[in-house]
Design a binder for this molecule. Structure first.
Ligand SMILES: [Zn+2]
Length: 255
């Protein structure tokens, strides 16, 4: 899970914005180690019992629909032949990330993909899905507003994309049983959380796990995070993981 690709401009950007050169290095290292980017459709088909995926296959997603994704990430992924998915905020197409004004009033806002940008990426094999209408925290909404965010964003994006989006990414990762039920009722086929981990075939399709890629993640750290299915790519964490794996194989009980 990525957010912005571009030049970091604030404290939060250190975390949620990845420099273009670093993004290119991260992809190069993943490719060199046998990873392959596959489409979100392949993931969902596999979860439904469709064609098998490789253990090392990854799905690359970008939340919010920042324009830097077209400028900086698309050329890198295109060269590798890897598709990606963007979760769009339906009311802000061609605008800026206004929802961040609440948490970061003095911060710089950033441009979001326009309808033309989205078409360019669609032609390049990218897919687009819903990140609601306004980037609201869904768990805070009453039932009616919750329904509107889910249903209206889907309808608006259908007009824009020419096909009906069937995936959702919960803004801020905020989800509970009520939100999950509303997403199912609104007709989505799957929804993406921010809970780290691997996705096995029997994962709850409305709580698909994702690893957070931070601006300060070196390519090496990202490789470890992908291997461990964790947001922690530190060596101490890796050692603990491999110890658990080895113990399990040897039949040593672990706490
Ligand atoms: Zn978001």
């Amino acid at each position: 899970m990525y957010h912005r690709v571009g030049k970091p401009e604030s404290q939060t950007d250190q975390r949620y914005c990845v420099m273009p050169t670093r993004f290119a290095e991260q992809m190069k290292v993943l490719a060199r180690h046998g990873h392959r980017g596959v489409s979100i459709e392949r993931l969902l088909d596999w979860m439904d019992g469709g064609p098998p995926l490789n253990d090392k296959d990854i799905v690359i997603t970008f939340d919010d629909g920042f324009r830097g994704v077209l400028e900086h990430a698309f050329p890198v992924l295109n060269a590798l032949g890897w598709p990606a998915t963007v979760f769009l905020v339906a009311d802000e197409i061609g605008g800026t990330d206004e929802w961040h004004s609440a948490t970061d009033p003095t911060g710089v806002r950033h441009r979001l993909l326009s309808a033309d940008d989205i078409r360019t990426l669609q032609v390049g094999g990218w897919s687009f899905h819903s990140h609601t209408c306004t980037h609201a925290s869904l768990t805070q909404l009453d039932d009616e507003s919750l329904r509107t965010e889910l249903v209206r964003s889907r309808a608006a994006l259908t007009d824009l994309l020419g096909n009906q989006p069937y995936c959702l990414a919960y803004p801020y990762g905020h989800v509970d049983d009520r939100v999950e039920a509303a997403a199912r009722k609104a007709g989505y086929r799957a929804a993406f959380s921010v809970q780290p981990g691997f996705n096995r075939r029997d994962v709850n399709p409305f709580r698909i796990r994702r690893i957070d890629v931070f601006g300060f993640d070196t390519p090496r750290v990202l490789l470890l995070k992908v291997r461990l299915g964790s947001n922690q790519g530190g060596l101490r964490h890796a050692a603990a993981y491999y110890w658990r794996q080895a113990s399990r194989r040897l039949g040593i009980p672990t706490a």
